[in-house]
Ligand binder design. Structure first.
Ligand SMILES: [Fe+2]
Ligand SMILES: [Fe+2]
Length: 172
């Protein structure tokens, strides 16, 4: 188990991204009567994850003021992807037909896949190390964990995912 906070932060990100992508794939594989419900759950989970990044993580990185121009461009690109994904998730939550849900889920998964690849590279431990001090990272991490647990507790399947994230962070 790593006790490197930069590595742990990144591992937590991978777990959440993996869970959301797996959930979207499960929507596409599910029978129509179950797909709608699962799609709504995944849409809500993705929105919750982005709420956390938009209100805690990204502002925390920007506040630390050690960003290079490539980091600034990376975060701006993430903001744009979040906006597009937010629109898709809103449509997903409002969709009333299985066919529409399937199409929107495909679009969401495609955009999410490219977005998380960019985000995971941009927030890789060694890159994160240059953006924030350990004290700043710990403070961001504590705020993010508090908000993540609150957001997850409010949605179906959320508490189980929260426990999985905690177990991974402990090296499980
Ligand atoms: Fe993101
Ligand atoms: Fe993310």
């Amino acid at each position: 188990m790593s006790d490197d906070q930069y590595v742990l932060q990144h591992q937590g990100l991978l777990v959440i991204h993996g869970a959301i992508a797996d959930g979207l794939r499960a929507v596409l594989a599910a029978p129509p009567d179950q797909a709608m419900d699962l799609a709504r759950r995944m849409g809500a989970m993705l929105l919750a994850h982005h709420t956390l990044e938009d209100t805690i993580l990204f502002p925390g990185l920007r506040r630390a003021s050690r960003l290079k121009s490539t980091d600034v461009a990376f975060l701006a690109s993430c903001d744009r992807a979040h906006k597009d994904l937010h629109r898709l998730c809103d449509d997903l939550l409002a969709a009333t037909s299985a066919a529409v849900v399937t199409g929107l889920t495909r679009d969401t998964l495609a955009l999410l896949t490219s977005h998380v690849a960019e985000e995971e590279a941009g927030l890789a431990p060694d890159r994160l190390r240059t953006m924030v001090t350990i004290e700043e990272l710990v403070e961001i991490g504590q705020s993010a964990e508090r908000m993540r647990d609150e957001l997850l507790a409010r949605q179906p399947g959320g508490p189980a995912l929260r426990d999985e994230v905690h177990a991974k962070q402990r090296g499980g």
